[in-house]
Unconditional design. Structure first.
Length: 540
């Protein structure tokens, strides 16, 4: 799950009357009067639940509609969705619904949108991680390669994966994630299954590059798609379950590999060849099915093979308005609107986002090499192919548990930085233990420590060349580097927390000192955009 450190928080006036004096400045002939505005719902009381994992206590038939900028006739016109927005016909600032209705719709979205996102990511990671299982079947020896060749292949995969991120997202924005994501899946599935015909180092490196190019951008594209259906408070937990599919594929993949690799010798082919072929074919089927399982938006679920659609008109109104009330900026772009180079450069020049970019590059480095080399290290310690695959299961189960715990905890303490830095705190003592190990250390002690390390509370693998063949099998030099990276990341998270806290405090000082009239004048005349606005608050 990626760390979310920023979010657009639009500050709503304390009361609608605060801005009543400014109404004369705008043509509000089509807007509701103060007396016409229906009552709004009350936000859930955090103290209403007994335990942090329990649900909020609330009357299911009470109003769920939360206050937003759409309740003020002036700001309503500022944030009103444009006609080009695909869901504009369902926008209704006077719409009200109950918690019972909202809960029912969320459950329906979970089953029809979230569940399929889980399956797609499961398929992707099955193709992305089966290289680790292939290593238990003499993969490197069969292709006459060394650990350094393996490192180079991983580096090229990640490099191509990163290079493809922006172009992939640009394509997704232009033609829609509902078209591009299934297309991606079909393309990389073909590449993955074609690894059956790998012949040596050159073909291995070529296929790593192709697979990286085909898979790059998939994760943010799916997150973008899910944001069409979920609010900012609901999305983090769904992303946690989305990332659980990453662990699930590792868990299921270990069992599949245990059986498939036994095909070694069938038709004179290695077991790892059958692994790539069979799992690639499975992903291809999921990719083709995704064309039929991904509607363009909440209001575009009807099609020739789904004549009744997924939602009725009432449900569409609730879905659209609850998402826009949570984040009015989601209507700024429609789902077939491409990105321009100007917008890309604007984002890159935004210095307020640089800490997030830096952490995105480094936060997983301390645990990636141990995770990537887990099966290979188990073989080096004397375990056979079947044992090496099955011994990855404990770390996978631990990782699934810790992912959900860290996600829930970050929501309870309302701090993304503390939730994310837990990975570094978790990894540091374990890396020090690995660094101290020697040839006399029991293979089971090594297994236990590495299992706990790989079962870390946060996941988004980034591979590197820190573990090299001349440092094998204990990788003392590599572990020393990882210890330094973990310490560096802890310092970076502390700096990020202070960075966003300072920006928010300075903006609040100015905004809170202004009168409602001065705030409205600023909103009417400012040229600030996005997170430059004084009423924008970073979530950290």
């Amino acid at each position: 799950m990626t760390t979310v450190l920023a979010n657009d928080k639009i500050l709503v006036s304390d009361t609608v009357k605060d801005t009543a004096s400014t109404y004369s400045k705008t043509d509000l002939s089509s807007s509701p009067s103060l007396s016409d505005i229906p009552p709004l719902g009350v936000a859930p009381d955090p103290t209403s639940r007994k335990f942090w994992w329990s649900r909020f206590k609330r009357d299911p038939d009470s109003i769920a509609t939360q206050p937003s900028v759409f309740d003020d006739p002036t700001t309503l016109e500022i944030y009103r969705p444009p006609p080009s927005y695909e869901n504009a016909h369902r926008f209704d600032p006077s719409a009200r619904w109950t918690w019972r209705e909202e809960s029912k719709i969320i459950r329906k979205i979970d089953v029809r949108v979230m569940a399929w996102a889980f399956i797609m990511f499961f398929s992707m990671d099955l193709d992305r991680s089966n290289l680790s299982q292939a290593n238990t079947d003499n993969f490197l020896k069969d292709l006459h390669m060394t650990t350094d060749d393996f490192n180079l292949g991983n580096m090229l995969f990640k490099l191509c994966f990163l290079i493809a991120e922006l172009p992939s997202q640009a394509i997704s924005k232009r033609i829609g994630p509902d078209i591009w994501i299934p297309s991606q899946m079909v393309l990389w599935s073909v590449v993955s299954l074609c690894q059956f015909w790998l012949k040596g180092r050159a073909s291995f490196l070529a296929f790593r590059c192709l697979l990286g190019f085909m898979q790059g951008g998939f994760i943010p594209d799916v997150v973008l798609y899910m944001s069409y259906f979920y609010t900012t408070k609901e999305l983090p937990l769904r992303l946690a379950w989305f990332w659980i599919s990453n662990y699930t594929s590792t868990l299921v993949g270990a069992f599949l590999a245990t059986g498939i690799l036994r095909l070694r010798g069938t038709n004179g082919q290695a077991g790892w060849k059958w692994l790539f072929l069979i799992e690639g074919l499975f992903t291809l089927i999921v990719g083709i099915a995704s064309f039929f399982m991904m509607p363009p938006s909440p209001t575009e679920t009807k099609t020739w093979y789904r004549p009744n659609g997924w939602f009725n008109e009432r449900e569409e109104v609730i879905m659209v308005n609850r998402v826009l009330r949570d984040d009015p900026t989601k209507s700024d772009m429609h789902n077939r609107e491409g990105l321009t180079l100007k917008k890309v450069f604007t984002v890159l020049q935004d210095w307020r986002m640089w800490p997030i970019y830096a952490l995105g590059l480094t936060h997983q480095l301390p645990i990636s090499p141990p995770a990537t080399y887990l099966t290979l290290s188990l073989r080096n310690l004397g375990f056979n192919t079947t044992q090496s695959n099955l011994l990855t299961i404990p770390s996978t189960i631990l990782g699934m548990i810790m992912l959900l715990v860290s996600c829930y905890a970050s929501e309870v303490i309302n701090s993304r930085v503390l939730g994310a830095v837990s990975l570094q705190v978790w990894a540091l003592p374990l890396l020090i233990a690995l660094y101290k190990f020697n040839e006399k250390t029991s293979q089971w002690v090594w297994f236990a420590v590495d299992t706990i390390l790989v079962g870390h509370p946060y996941v988004h693998p980034i591979q590197s060349n820190i573990y090299r063949s001349d440092d094998a099998p204990l990788y003392h030099r590599g572990n020393k580097v990882l210890i330094g990276l973990a310490c560096m990341n802890i310092a970076m998270y502390a700096g990020t927390w202070l960075f966003y806290r300072t920006i928010n405090a300075r903006r609040a000082k100015v905004w809170d000192a202004w009168s409602p009239k001065e705030r409205q004048e600023y909103l009417d005349t400012t040229k600030d955009e996005g997170n430059e606005k004084l009423n924008f608050r970073f979530v950290y």
